[in-house]
Design a protein around this ligand. Structure first.
Ligand SMILES: [Fe+2]
Ligand SMILES: [Fe+2]
Length: 249
């Protein structure tokens, strides 16, 4: 019993964080709990992360197993979804979230910076960084919705029909994969900086309601962005690369 458990531990600890989450999204909560980045920095083996953060891999694997036993709707099995469906889901859920919330959060952050910037210099920096994140994401989402996702959908449809995808779609996908991944990293870094400046969103004693709502919304924004980037980097992009781009080219 002990032997089989330890051999299982050795085997699974070699998997990357991104692989765990791509296979079963319920494991994301465990990584979130331990502050392990599963989207932008998800390409690291579990054993390496544990060593770096002083976590016992056996404990983490036990929690991962427990998370996987929780009921899962069929609808959450993102890795099994076809590319066009996944792209539509991302736009409907995560792009819509950004469009609905980024402007308001930027407004709140600016207000907090004006009122509290004198005593808490970091809120001025947070407002400036978030404003840039919102502007950069607007361009990024447009690129995905108008260029990248349509090319992925056309290529996937062609492949399903037993035809060769158009070369211009393949070129667009290949070029965008580099650009979009880089932009994910930049936005991920900026959001990480905001969390750091906000000291993990701990409120100071003199925080007003707007301050509290701003930090709560920033945290929610970060959480949504992590899920969003995870679905793109670890599932959609890898699948597009594997299924749509001819390896000989
Ligand atoms: Fe996106
Ligand atoms: Fe994206």
């Amino acid at each position: 019993m002990t032997e089989s458990m330890s051999s299982q531990t050795a085997e699974t600890a070699d998997k990357t964080i991104g692989e765990f989450v791509a296979e079963d999204y319920r494991t994301a909560e465990v990584f979130e709990k331990y502050g392990i980045d599963f989207c932008c920095g998800g390409n690291v083996a579990l054993s390496a992360i544990c060593q770096r953060q002083g976590i016992d891999p056996a404990v983490l694997l036990r929690e991962i197993e427990a998370a996987k036993r929780e009921p899962m709707e069929r609808s959450q099995n993102f890795a099994a979804w076809e590319l066009p469906f996944l792209a539509d889901y991302i736009v409907a859920v995560h792009h819509a979230y950004i469009k609905d919330n980024a402007g308001q959060i930027a407004l709140y952050a600016r207000k907090v910076a004006e009122v509290h910037g004198g005593r808490h210099a970091e809120v001025k920096e947070i407002a400036a960084i978030f404003e840039k994140v919102a502007a950069d994401l607007a361009t990024h989402l447009r690129e995905e919705e108008e260029i990248f996702f349509p090319a992925v959908k056309r290529a996937a449809a062609a492949k399903k029909a037993g035809e060769r995808p158009e070369l211009r779609d393949i070129d667009a996908i290949r070029g965008d994969l580099v650009r979009l991944r880089r932009e994910h990293e930049e936005v991920g870094d900026a959001i990480h900086t905001i969390r750091h400046l906000a000291r993990d969103f701990a409120l100071p004693g003199d925080a007003c309601n707007t301050y509290a709502v701003t930090y709560q919304k920033l945290k929610e924004f970060e959480d949504d962005l992590h899920k969003h980037v995870h679905l793109e980097n670890n599932i959609l992009f890898l699948k597009a690369e594997r299924d749509l781009i001819p390896s000989a080219l």
